[in-house]
Ligand binder design. Structure first.
Ligand code: BMA
Length: 318
């Protein structure tokens, strides 16, 4: 699908592998009437433009997900009401809350995975074909789990879902795992993908890591942006890295960042409801260009640009 994604060239003189959009944030905290904050959100190409699923916390600071639309990926019209999921099948899956959505296009459906409140956080699953009618399926996994990201292709004939087993709170640990399913309902064949890195090797990701964007298929493997966390004397600090996973056995890590690609440094990443957070949830591509959407300081949404070939080369040097 040839579509123009948001893009700016690397600023003159910059040596950064990825660089921020100079008009960030692209979505602000009060962009719908009920919101306290809009962040950790996912976008995909849709029809002649783009659609997305947005995490909007309301003014009771209750977490829910909302659909939105854009012609250019920059100016968004987010529905003022949250997504009203219909049950897929007979059983209505309870949600105390919904947050941190990802959206994966596969087999004619836009699959939405999110952190679903069901006796604690776990991986909720739903889909839409038109961003008008949405169906909620069975949760993929048991509590406690977060950061469910579905691959955009079947692997060995099965659906493949990354996730990050966690606790019921602000989890102080976390490895990324991969699970397989024949039908998007029953999940198994769980494989370990990656752990936090030892402090001495790469401290920004030494507390926990979690899948971020939907993996992008390149000639060298699956490229995925992820978040890594360090525990500082002021709490957690979330940064973004990249990993290359094997094309056919994507639980195998081929290359992984030791330097971060993007860490909280802009004012909207450093200050907000939760300071020091860069939290990638989606990536749009056009040829070699990539545009990553990330939540900033649990308050708003920013984007950052890069070239896939440069990121792959950079990973070789890591
Ligand atoms: C994580 C999740 C994210 C959030 C991050 C930083 O545990 O709750 O939604 O962005 O913490 O607060």
């Amino acid at each position: 699908m040839a579509k123009q994604i948001p893009w700016q060239e690397r600023p003159a003189g910059s040596k950064e592998i990825m660089w921020r959009y100079d008009k960030n944030p692209v979505i602000n905290r009060y962009d719908i009437p009920s919101s306290n904050s809009i962040f950790n959100s996912a976008v995909v190409p849709f029809k002649d433009g783009f659609a997305g699923v947005f995490r909007c916390d309301n003014r009771r600071v209750q977490m829910n997900i909302f659909a939105g639309f854009s012609d250019d990926g920059l100016n968004w019209r987010i529905n003022p009401e949250p997504i009203d999921f219909k049950p897929f099948g007979d059983h209505f899956v309870h949600s105390d809350y919904k947050y941190d959505p990802r959206v994966t296009y596969l087999d004619g459906k836009y699959w939405i995975t999110w952190c679903n409140g069901y006796h604690g956080p776990t991986i909720g699953v739903g889909f839409t074909e038109d961003f008008q009618t949405f169906y909620q399926c069975e949760n993929a996994l048991l509590p406690f789990n977060r950061n469910g990201v579905l691959f955009p292709a079947k692997i060995g004939g099965k659906y493949a879902l990354l996730s990050r087993p966690s606790d019921n709170g602000h989890t102080p640990f976390g490895d990324i795992f991969l699970s397989f399913s024949p039908d998007m309902k029953f999940w198994g064949e769980h494989r370990h993908v990656m752990s936090p890195m030892p402090f001495e090797q790469s401290a920004w990701q030494c507390t926990k890591v979690g899948a971020g964007s939907v993996p992008i298929l390149t000639e060298e493997g699956w490229l995925m942006f992820y978040h890594g966390v360090i525990t500082t004397c002021n709490g957690y600090r979330y940064s973004m890295g990249a990993v290359l996973l094997d094309k056919d056995e994507p639980w195998k890590v081929l290359r992984r960042s030791k330097d971060y690609l993007l860490a909280p440094a802009a004012i909207y990443e450093l200050t907000g409801d939760v300071p020091d957070v860069v939290f990638p949830c989606a990536a749009l591509t056009e040829g070699d260009k990539v545009c990553v959407y990330y939540g900033a300081a649990d308050t708003c949404v920013g984007i950052a640009f890069g070239k896939i070939s440069e990121i792959l080369d950079w990973l070789k040097k890591q």
